[in-house]
Every structure is written in structure tokens, then in C-alpha cells.
Design a protein around this ligand. Sequence first.
Ligand code: ADQ
Length: 469
Amino acid sequence: MTDASDQRLVIVSNRVARPKKKGAAAGGLAVGVLAALQEHGGVWFGWNGKLTDGEATDPEVITEENIDYATIALNEVDYEQYYNGYSNRVLWPVCHYMLDFIQYDAADFEGYRRVNAVFARKLMSILRPDDIIWVHDYHLIPLASELRAAGVTNPIGFFLHVPFPSYEAFRAVPGHEYLLRAMCAYDVLGFHTAGDLAAFETCVREPIIGADFLDDHVIRVPGGQLIADVFPIGIDVAQITDLAAAATGTEEVKKMFRSLEGRDLIIGVDRLDYSKALKQRLLSYERLLERYPDTRSHVTMMQIAPPTRTGVRTYDEIRSQLERTSGRINGRFAESDWVPIRYLNKGISRDQLMGFFRHAKVGLVTPVRDGMNLVAKEYVAAQDPADPGMLVLSSLAGAARELKSAVIVNPYDRDDVADGIATALAMPLEERKQRHADMIDVLRRNDITRWRTRFVEALLRKREFSKPA
Ligand code: ADQ
């Protein structure tokens, strides 16, 4: 059920991550979607993580607490082309303004369209006339147009978890005209920041769509009207603060804290992805050790980076690059009783992660581009308000538009990042408390409940003004 009506909320994303299932993928979309569903329940439809050499399977529904998980297995070749191919070798890099990483293959584009048609067909088998459909992320841009072509009239919204590129970048993508037209089949389009929305507007202003901009975020496009607005994703602040406080009492977290032997901890937690700029981050930390010799032996950096998208070559390369760079920096600066970088190439439990955050003097979040970045928000929420650590945040993450009281740095400038870390380490208690209170205030005002509620309300509003008079 949605909280704004008694209609069922059906969330669709590439991967469904059941929390009780071992090995569920770590990632911002899964964390956000699950939190959005937990409070009011609903359906989560998508891929179950299994591949077949035949046709995609029919939805299998498992109910846990108030959520129905409806999942399908996909054909192996289709999945390779749709997910590793067009989604992650074309759309992911262009959305992060990294055009050099684009590897286009026409067969992948075909696979992308084919899998979206499969998603539409399988989803229709479980849809009810009153359902509200909320589609997530760049893997599924054509889903609404496929559903509409098959006669589905339910309200359908789309939320993009990554940045949206301006037309000058987007037009580099083979298939961009098709994607823009497909986006116009939605009733509501949601973005993390005003910058992403403005970039989308540069695209639909072009003659391909030739949109008219009406009042109140309504855009007239061929075939009807849609709402395009900003819905920054939030977190459940109280839940994370409680989780972090409780985790500090666990043996794992105590063990980590003891091992620091009084040194300040700088923590980074990211999926192993080039947009997170992990090598640049390590080099900035090296610059800190060079420019601020007092920090040597007095700080420890812990970088946690679970592998993702293994099998996509670029991702395998990042991993070996990081191992080499951290090894070199450790070789250069380590003492018999101190290693500057601890690099963990694995996911860890959420409670343990929040406990680590609470002990970290600095949260280092320096992507070269990021839709939002939930780690930044979680780090702030996990702090002890009486003695909070400080967030050092990339100006190029969506979160920087909200967390203005963090120490904001440019991730391309190693000196700036090194100085930012030094500033955070030396920041007086009163200033840390004030900045932390400011950031918590922002997080509370715009939390995960508000994200979901505002989006569902926009979908219901669209339905109202679309009804014939
Ligand atoms: P991601 O790129 O996955 O998300 P992020 O927003 O930081 O990035 O979310 C990662 C999530 O996974 C966080 O909740 C974090 O705690 C968790 N996580 C990361 N590493 C982990 C580890 N080693 N062990 C356990 N948990 C780990 C995408 C976009 C972002 C956007 C989100 C949500 O790229 O810009 O903020 O979706 O919209």
C-alpha cells in the first residue's frame, strides 16, 4: 500500500535484493528502495540474480514481512548485453560524464531493448488495475513505453539514481533519441538534484522532443504531459544513529577500534567503481602524508571497497590499480608499528559499517561524479553528536548540494583534498558540533520517508490532472 492512497506500490528495478537472502548486493539503489518499501509495504519486481540458457522465467513471489518480492531469472546472453553491455558500458559512463569509458555495441543496444520488453511482459502478469508503478534507474528507461504499448494505463514514474548528463554529453550516446522519447512515456520523472533536472531539460528542449515547459514542473511532450522534478534520496536518520551507537558495543567494532591504538581513523566506503575515483583518493591521502608530516603514524586510512560488476574489464582493472597504489603508498610510508592504508576488498555488514563510521574522525567521500552518495549521509547520521567526526565531501556528488556544512573539496585537486582532510582532523569540537547539527537538520528534513511520499504524491497528482474534465 502507499501511504498517500490505498493503492499498491509496485517498485521495479534491475535487481531485487531481499535483505534475508545471503549475498544480497550492496548498493545505494537497493538500500534506498528497501527503506522506501519497509514502512508501508508493496511489491518489488526485478531480476533474482539467476541466469538461464533459455527464456526468462515467470515471476516467483515470496512475501517477507509486508513486502512481496516478485523475481524473474533472465537469459544469460540477454543479461550480458543489457546489463554489462548497454547499461554499464554506455549509460553508466555517459551519466557520469566519462565519455572515454563508453564501449558501444549495436547488439548490446538490441539486448537492452529486448530485456526491457521482457520486464514489461513479466511485470504485466502480476499487475492490478489500481497499482502505482515506480521504475528505478537507467537499466529500465524504456519500460514505460513498453508497458504503454501493451495497453497498461496505470500511473508510471521513473527515478534516476545516477546523474543526468546535459545534452552535449548525452548526444554522444548511440540511441539517445530513442531513450529521450522513451522517458516521455512516464508520468513522473525524478532526479536527485536541480542540476540533473536542468540537464534533462536541455535534452528535451532539443527538436527531438521539442518540449513546452508549463508551470509547476509540468512539461508538455508529444503524446501528453509529464511531471519532472527533484526528489533527493534520503536516509532513515534515527535508524542509522541507533544502529551506529549499538554497533560500537560489538566485538568486531571494538576490535577494530583497539587496533587503531589511539590513531585518528579516516574512512572511505564505496563500491569499486571508477566514478568513485578511489585511486585519486589514495593519491590525495598520500599528498596529506607528504604535506602534513605530523599526520604520519597518527592517522590510519581504511578504504572498504566491495567488488561490483566483476567481469566488466574496466572494473577488474580498477581493482588491480588500487591494490598496486595502496601497496606502493604503504611501502613508502609504513613504519614497523604503523601501516597508513588498510584496504578491504569486501562488503561488510551494515551494523559493523555504521559502527566503523562512528569511530572515524573523518569520512572521506570523493567521487568525481555521483547521483547523490548515501555513504556521505550515513556517515553524518552515524556520528556521536557530542563528539562528531567530520565529512570531507566532493563538490561533484549530489550530496554536496545538501550537506553544505561538510568540508567540500574538488576530487580532481589532490592538494585541495589533502588540505580538506587536514582541516577536518584539526577542527575544534565546537565547530564540528555546529556543522554536524546543521547537517543532521538537513538529513531529518529530507529523509527517506519524504523521498517516497513526495514521489508517490507526484504520481497521484499527475493522475488527477490527466483525468478528462
Ligand atoms: P551507489 O553508487 O551504490 O548508489 P551510494 O549512494 O554511496 O552509492 O550507496 C552505497 C550503499 O551501499 C550505501 O548505503 C552503503 O552503506 C552501502 N555499502 C557500500 N559499500 C559497502 C560495504 N563494503 N559493505 C556494506 N555496505 C556497503 C547509486 C548512485 C548514488 C545514489 C544511490 C541512491 O550511484 O549516487 O546515492 O544510488 O540513489
